[in-house]
Design a protein around this ligand. Sequence first.
Ligand SMILES: *Cc1c(COP(=O)(O)O)cnc(C)c1O
Length: 421
Amino acid sequence: MDIFKQKESNVMSYAKHFPVTFTQAKGCWLYTQDETAYLDFLSGAGALNYGHNNAILKQALLDYIDKDGLTHGLDLHSEAKADFLSAMQRYILAPRQFDYKVQFTGPTGTNAVEAAMKLARKVTGRHTIVSFTNGFHGCTYGALSVTGNSHHRGGAGMDLNGVTRLPYDGYADVNGLGLFETMLADASSGLDKPAAVILETVQGEGGLNVASNSWLQRLEKLCKSNDILLIVDDIQAGCGRTGTFFSFEPADITPDIVTLSKSIGGYGLPLAIVLYKPQYDVWEPGEHNGTFRGNNHAFVTGAKALEAYWKNDEFSQHINARSEQVAKTIDQHLKNYRGLFIAHKGRGLMQGIECESGEAAERITEQCFKQGLVIETAGPEDEVIKFFCPLTISEAELAQGLSIFTRAVAHIAPKLMKKAS
Ligand SMILES: *Cc1c(COP(=O)(O)O)cnc(C)c1O
């Protein structure tokens, strides 16, 4: 542990909440040197939807490495990339009748967001982008400009321009889209017509706020009639997290641009892509560049994940069944601990429970960790406990994790309630 204290930058964050050293991981389990097992309800913030060292993906990767398949190749055509594109087309895009081009960006989510924003500005010739309260889109300057969180924004150290912020669905009971519509129609409202709107359908870091289907449909319509591009940042909510491959499928909308990262590589390997309607593919070759556009190992495991989990709707059914298990536990706790718990947040396997304070959430997650559960918080005050297990988790493993949560709450609640009275 000392080496981390001595050498690692203070910027590290998750490890502060889980101060042990992990050595191995399998499925939804993390193991330390002394072989203590922890259930992982953090899942690499959504990069491990198929679990740690998923056996199917691991074997595909081992075979590929064994035959000396390309590891790095800039954006050269490789067999692995061809297989990944074919799998995207066959298992994801074609069945949903999405005609998207695929752009490979630098390998992290924020790279995909930067590319999406640049492209929207290039396509429309307009500058501003509309984003929403409590949205999170990454920590490079462009992505940060559309992010709400003041802690992250403060790290920029300079003005973050070119953005208009609007209230997200349900925010402060304001009719944000009504306002947007009126201001767009009023030539003197002072609102410059934006190039694009960017949003998450479920706000992963912002507290698991959910945009309703009708709100998303209205937004899509508004964008269409005003010639504004609709960007859905599906980096966290996509890849099955909410029960469908894309989070916006239940709303039956077709965004102009979609960003994906986190679990698109399948195995926890970095990969990010941007999908867009073909008419928006206006880049000059190399205009948006990067050395690591296309992690061939991630192509192999990403393609395998699509084939293994998305060729029919069995996996979706599994996710929905597990989601109900989580929902039941959350609802029980809302009933049993009024005052401590305020609201049920999120959907699919990105649900959470809002606590009366960030401190209460922290005390509970700390106690969970002591009892063998790695679980994090989200929201403006870190007041939402986020149940974020791998999607591949079994019914029994999920029940085990939820019962650790139940026990942790039973242990902590009397202390928190006493303090409050
Ligand atoms: C994680 C995340 C990002 C940023 O991805 P990085 O890989 O951390 O750069 C962007 N948007 C959303 C919705 C995210 O959850």
